[in-house]
Write a new protein. Structure first.
Length: 134
């Protein structure tokens, strides 16, 4: 248990930062309000805090279901549209990162499947759901 605690303590800030920055980049591209990653990171972090503060896991669980539905529809709809229209696409130019970009990409790909303690997160999530249903 001590090893898990130390591992979790050592990685939690890095994981939180990485996920928040990636989400901030997506939000910046999607909404175009500002390109300032600090502003977007604050908005996202405060938003998550408010959701957990007022709605606890119940609200977060409901929101995740809605988000998964939106992601599923936004994945299936373009595929169906493509199959119906049979659009012709031009070839995309290939871009091969070099230097620091390549190092970052390799590190990011190695981390993205999941951090080491994700299996425990699922267990904690399941326990919280059981507590809520009681």
């Amino acid at each position: 248990m001590i090893i898990y605690f130390v591992l979790n303590l050592a990685t939690m800030f890095t994981i939180q930062t990485a996920v928040t920055i990636v989400t901030a980049g997506l939000a910046s591209s999607l909404f175009g309000i500002t390109d300032n990653m600090v502003v977007w990171s604050l908005i996202i972090t405060i938003g998550c805090y408010v959701i957990l503060l007022f709605g606890r896991y119940q609200l977060l669980d409901k929101m995740i279901k809605i988000i998964i539905l939106i992601l599923a529809v936004s994945t299936i709809f373009p595929l169906e549209l493509h199959l119906l229209i049979q659009m012709k696409y031009t070839a995309l130019n290939r871009y091969f990162p070099t230097g620091a970009g390549l190092v970052f990409l390799v590190a990011f790909m190695g981390w993205m499947p999941a951090p080491l303690d994700i299996s425990i997160w699922h267990s904690i999530w399941a326990i919280e759901k059981i507590k809520i249903k009681k």
